[in-house]
Ligand binder design. Structure first.
Ligand SMILES: C[S@@+](CC[C@H](N)C(=O)[O-])C[C@H]1O[C@@H](n2cnc3c(N)ncnc32)[C@H](O)[C@@H]1O
Length: 644
């Protein structure tokens, strides 16, 4: 049958891909999560174990009928149902006759005779099922065959959303009950589901996940409502003109811009599959750049593959003249969960986004609480595996920005951004519209300054940096960047993980965090560096600067943590442009802390070091181990410690 997005023509490409990767193997399971007509699963049924799903019931039944057709010999029924149906002319004036033909309505989906025949076929199949004369597979095979049969006589233009106003000559031909097209071979193990993939993904154990979601606003439920009613046989209420059953339960979020992005991120991250194959149209909501960024976040970069397939290669002579249509076929092998890294959607000066692997190597194991004391864009804490993460940032604008990804529904956030971009006509390098938006933001009283608005403006600013003047006004000039799909991917994945983790948000001076810390806590400190200059540490940006006194204060705090058997890590710079921070060197030496030289990271010019107060096993070699096991809460106010 004709079906929007049917992959019949490219099953060969999918099979070739599986073969090349050594995955066409009967020990592996292939999950066709949006099975539609089941074309892909059908082509693989004799090579792999299958799990087949679609949120639309008729699709699952149709696919089931095709996939299991080889097992249908109608022994119990005792005769060939196809011969039987085609040897009589019985009609029943049932639901289809009354509502989808001129027999009982104004609708012209079928001729009255054919609609009456459809009712007769449908009711007879149901009766055979009730009388246990046919198996579950045979039932699905007959319903799939009925779906196939009506496709030759429906008075519609390809889909079943609406009927034609005139009679197509095909619709006048008498319906023939014919077999659904299926590969003639036995199947291996098959499991069927009828759920939204987003509700199912975490419960499906499979080796290969195949995704072929809708890619336009076209809702399958609306376009094929007749087939759903045919399969469910439930006499639904109907819309007046098209006679459609209620479509809300059949609505898919994959047919919505941004919702499809959010779902894609979730599905790729949550699937238990080791391999992912993804079919998508070049005209879909998700851009190649978004898909690539997402697949590489959760997948091994070196395994990523994108094949662009031209449908013209497969088209018959009739459709060859039409506009060329391309499909992508993506492949990736998933990373181990603990290797996945999330990146802040804020381009924060001094960001550790590129150093996460290095940092994680040196984090102690089994941390209960992770404190990101100078949280900034939150690239570090977000990647911690601790049960609780405390994000702290002195700059309340930055803290509110980061927290905004947690407290706002991501879809609503994106719609808001879209509205703002449209309202101010924000574009890369357009300083007039950018300045208008920025002035509007700065004109608002502090309590009314929405972080979502700030974030949207930031994306069009110079290097997407976050800079404030002495009055705490946002003052970055316009830039050459925009809200592109790489940022969108970062934002969506970050917004998901920040909602899933147990995170507390604080807007404190780091020294005030002591009340929240015990010695099962790990404190990560990434202060401004005295030898380098970032927009936040020149002392002129309306927030505290970072000079020698600030540095001494940090040393004192670290010494205090050490005394309390609390493990810490400080990211810092010891040498920069020929200058050395002697005070720092002495402090490390005097206290016998461990200095770790971080390998140079591509894209980061400064030479970063780590200072920690624990050994390779995560034990604080400098403190009392008994205290560490007790997990005592630090209650002394920090200033007392400083003076002691
Ligand atoms: C592009 S078609 C799949 C075509 C199929 N590969 C074939 O060859 O026939 C997309 C399918 O996704 C289904 N679908 C839409 N949203 C879904 C969801 N959230 N979960 C599962 N299936 C969904 C639709 O009902 C439709 O059958």
């Amino acid at each position: 049958m004709r079906f929007i997005g049917n992959k019949e023509l490219i099953t060969i490409e999918i099979k070739n891909l599986l073969e090349k990767k050594g995955l066409l193997n009967s020990n592996l399971s292939f999950f066709d999560a949006f099975c539609g007509t089941g074309a892909v699963a059908d082509s693989l049924k004799d090579s792999m174990n299958l799990i087949v799903n679609d949120m639309i019931k008729w699709s699952v039944i149709y696919a089931k009928g095709r996939l299991t057709s080889f097992n249908c010999n109608f022994d119990k029924l005792g005769f060939d149902p196809f011969e039987y149906f085609n040897s009589n002319n019985i009609i029943q004036k049932g639901f289809f006759y009354q509502n989808y033909s001129k027999g009982g309505s104004e609708r012209m989906y079928f001729s009255s005779e054919n609609a009456g025949r459809i009712d007769y076929f449908r009711q007879t199949i149901e009766q055979w099922k009730t009388e246990i004369l046919i198996s579950d597979y045979e039932y699905s095979f007959l319903l799939a065959s009925l779906i196939e049969s009506i496709s030759f006589v429906s008075n519609t233009a390809g889909v079943y959303g609406a009927f034609l106003k005139h009679w197509d000559p095909r619709a006048k031909k008498p319906i023939v009950f014919q077999k659904v097209v299926a590969k003639e071979s036995k199947h291996l193990n098959i499991e069927f589901h009828n759920q939204k993939i987003e509700d199912l993904i975490e419960n499906v154990q499979c080796d290969i996940l195949y995704l072929d979601p809708p890619y336009t606003q076209n809702q399958y439920g609306t376009q094929y409502h007749i087939l759903q009613t045919l399969v469910l046989d439930d006499n639904p209420s109907m819309s007046p003109v098209t006679g459609s059953r209620p479509t809300t339960p059949m609505r898919s979020d994959w047919s919505k811009d941004y919702k499809s992005h959010i779902l894609f991120d979730r599905i790729i991250s949550k699937t238990k599959a080791k391999y992912i194959i993804f079919s998508y149209s070049t005209d879909g909501f998700l851009s190649k750049s978004f898909i690539e960024a997402s697949l590489k976040r959760y997948g091994k970069k070196e395994t990523y593959k994108c094949q662009k397939i031209s449908y013209n290669k497969y088209k018959n002579f009739k459709s060859r003249g039409k506009k060329e249509h391309f499909e992508y076929l993506f492949f990736v092998e998933k990373k181990d969960e603990k290797e996945v890294k999330f990146e802040s959607p804020l381009n924060y000066i001094g960001s550790k986004a590129k150093m996460i692997d290095e940092l994680r190597c040196f984090f102690p194991k089994n941390i209960e609480t992770f404190v990101d004391g100078f949280g900034g864009g939150f690239n570090v804490g977000i990647n911690s595996k601790a049960n609780t993460v405390i994000y702290n940032e002195l700059n309340h604008f930055v803290k509110d920005l980061v927290e905004s990804f947690r407290i706002n529904d991501t879809y609503q956030y994106l719609l808001y951004m879209k509205r703002i971009i449209k309202k101010f006509n924000l574009q890369k390098e357009n300083s007039t519209t950018y300045t208008e938006a920025r002035d509007y933001y700065n004109s608002l009283p502090f309590s009314k300054r929405d972080p979502k608005l700030l974030y949207t403006i930031i994306l069009y600013g110079f290097n997407q940096q976050i800079r404030f003047n002495g009055d705490h006004g946002f003052n970055n000039p316009v830039g050459m960047r925009w809200f592109n799909d790489k940022v969108l991917e970062k934002m969506i994945s970050f917004s998901r993980i920040i909602k899933e983790k147990n995170i507390e948000f604080k807007n404190l001076d780091y020294t005030e965090l002591t009340n929240l810390i015990d010695n099962k806590t790990f404190v990560y400190l990434d202060p401004p560096y005295r030898l380098t200059t970032g927009a936040y540490n020149d002392g002129k940006r309306g927030f505290k600067g970072w000079g020698i006194e600030a540095e001494k204060r940090l040393f004192k705090f670290a010494d205090f943590l050490n005394k309390e058997s609390i493990r810490f890590m400080i990211s810092y710079v010891i040498e920069h442009k020929g200058k050395t921070n002697e005070e720092l060197k002495n402090w490390i030496k005097t206290n016998n802390y461990r200095l770790i030289k971080v390998n140079e990271v591509v894209g980061i010019q400064r030479k970063e070091i780590l200072i920690v107060n624990y050994d390779e096993n995560g034990n604080t070699t400098f403190c009392n181990k008994e205290q560490l096991s007790k997990g005592r809460t630090v209650s002394r106010p920090i200033e007392t410690v400083y003076s002691s």
